[in-house]
Design a protein. Structure first.
Length: 323
């Protein structure tokens, strides 16, 4: 196989997680091979099927039989986009690894631009999405607000519009493989990993086919992972708000004692209910915040693998990562 035998050429691994994308995979493959055709690199394309329930595994099987540069890793169940990305990077063999989504919203024609920046000496080439053709106002506003809040409360700066479409040098990839936490926010990991980084801007086109699998629930979970993974500010807000609530309670006690001593006590049902509801609501909220952190600790201490693979299609390397 050229990718393995020709050591004179630089090699590139292109990693694409897919979930119920049987309508997009063939087109994605065609555009990636077209983008790589005029470049002097050997390459492989690694698809990671994140537990698809449609014909995605069948399409991947056909591609691996047609082209020895294509490999497919089939998960035993759905583990999520970030775990699928991690799996593809764990199994990548290239001098550079490019991660991108298989729905064609990460344009394959940008691959030469990323490789050019890599040749210029950058270890990480991060793409920044300026806009998405089919994104609604709600998604644009919430995304902007989220990154603003995250950058305020987190010591790691993540540029708004950052995506999982990026190039990593193999040195960076070796470092990335050391990070094995379960609640993964890869954009934060890469931003915090160091090395020489640069950005390339792009406008994301509409999906080639099908619908986005990134539901509101998944979007909220992903956002929460980013906050919890890189900031202890919610815990500190809990502490300071609890402290403020305690001071206000002391003032309330002083007020009640004053009224009692001066004989001006009256049935205070309204005040009592307001205080009880306020303090009770704050307590439940902050217990929930603490519970989120404890839950993540619980997941980590179990030490379970990030994913497990049901089948591997295509060429098998002898030096696959053990994860």
């Amino acid at each position: 196989m050229t990718f393995l035998k020709n050591q004179a050429k630089k090699t590139v691994s292109i990693v694409a997680p897919v979930y119920n994308e049987h309508l997009n995979i063939e087109k994605f493959y065609e555009e990636v091979t077209a983008a790589m055709a005029d470049l002097d690199y050997d390459y492989e394309i690694i698809f990671v099927d994140d537990g698809s329930r449609d014909a995605t595994p069948l399409v991947l099987s056909r591609l691996t039989q047609r082209d020895e540069r294509v490999r497919a890793l089939i998960f035993a169940r759905n583990f999520g986009h970030q775990s699928a990305l991690t799996c593809g990077m764990d199994h990548a063999a290239g001098d550079a690894v490019i991660t991108m989504d298989g729905d064609l919203q990460h344009p394959p024609e940008m691959i030469p631009d990323l490789l050019q920046r890599w040749r210029e000496g950058y270890d990480v080439v991060q793409t920044v999405r300026l806009a998405t053709d089919d994104a609604g106002i709600f998604k644009r506003l919430t995304s902007k607000l989220y990154y603003t809040v995250l950058n305020v409360i987190s010591p790691v700066h993540i540029r708004p519009g950052g995506s999982d479409f990026r190039l990593l040098d193999k040195r960076v990839l070796r470092t990335f493989k050391l990070f094995r936490e379960h609640d993964r926010f890869i954009r934060g990991l890469i931003a915090d990993i160091g090395y020489r980084q640069t950005t390339v801007e792009f406008v994301a086109p509409k999906r080639y086919a099908g619908e986005s699998k990134f539901s509101l629930h998944k979007m909220l979970s992903f956002a929460l992972d980013g906050i919890m993974a890189y900031s202890k500010v919610p815990l500190r807000i809990s502490f300071y708000t609890g402290l403020l609530s305690g001071l206000l309670s002391i003032l309330m006690i002083v007020h009640v004692l004053y009224c009692d001593l001066t004989g001006r006590t009256t049935p205070g049902w309204t005040t009592t209910m307001i205080v009880v509801c306020l303090v009770g609501g704050l307590q439940l909220t902050f217990l929930g915040i603490i519970g989120e952190y404890i839950g993540r600790i619980f997941e980590e201490v179990k030490g379970r693998p990030l994913y497990w693979i049901k089948a591997e299609l295509g060429h098998h390397r002898d030096d696959d990562a053990p994860w």
